[in-house]
Design a protein around this ligand. Sequence first.
Ligand code: R5P
Length: 292
Amino acid sequence: MKIVVGPASVDLAEKISLQTGYERVAVATRVFPDGESYIRLEGNVEGEHVAIVQTTCAPQDSRLMQLAFIAAAAKRNKAKRVTAVVPYLGYARQDKIFLPGENVSIETIANMLKAAGVDQLVTVNVHEANALKLFPFEAKSVSAIPLLAEYFVQKGVKGAFALSPDKGAMYIAQQAQASLQGEVGYLEKHRDRYTGQTTQTASHLNVEGKTVIIFDDIISTGGTIVGAAKILREQGAAHVYTACVHGLLIGDAEKRILDAGAEEIVATDSVPSNASKVSLAPLLSKELKALT
Ligand code: R5P
């Protein structure tokens, strides 16, 4: 196998290459004055199974086009098999029709990647498992929650309360609880599909004087975590931390979360940022080793 270094995930791809011992293939990229993307593989892929490491956070559309172009170039240059390693899979939140007239965006992305030459996809904590059923090839999501929980164990907060800010994501808090060995709970979150506004309420939480870590798959605008941190502080939590797999951290999300009372934001390097304190390299390296 060779690791193709996608321009959106250079550091992560290099770590995966080091940890697996698989040779890297660099990719030259350019953006033309009119905004179009250019890519060129800088190594030989003939007869190889290649793993293209390319995250698809903002700007999602150009990163997806780069991924498609790299996959097509790999096939054109006689790669035997193409695995797309997409740590953050953009558009996975639109995995069904919520309102009449919408598109199932992730299905369109899946078909586009298939047409470009992708044979298989590996992602991390996809927002909805259902999204992967829409891919016309094998698509798998692995969980980085144990790695995030381990960060907090190493920090010395074993026994902390693992909280999900949304009942639907309770499985995430439960995965963290397996390492933290503390209590687990959730908040109720309701989203208005027309305005996008969310409201949260707490039920049956007993967090007074406790250290609580809020675990979520994505932090985007930070609204969900800000709401959760405020509830926890009102209910007397002694310390509040927050962890997510994909720290999109749009605009001033980081500041708003810290202002709301969270002491630290921890994310993986699926989306590189100041909060990327946990690398996905060991998890993805293990996954790629299992494919060969
Ligand atoms: C939603 O269901 C996700 O799990 C996250 O809670 C959501 O994407 C976070 O968005 P924001 O940071 O904008 O509240």
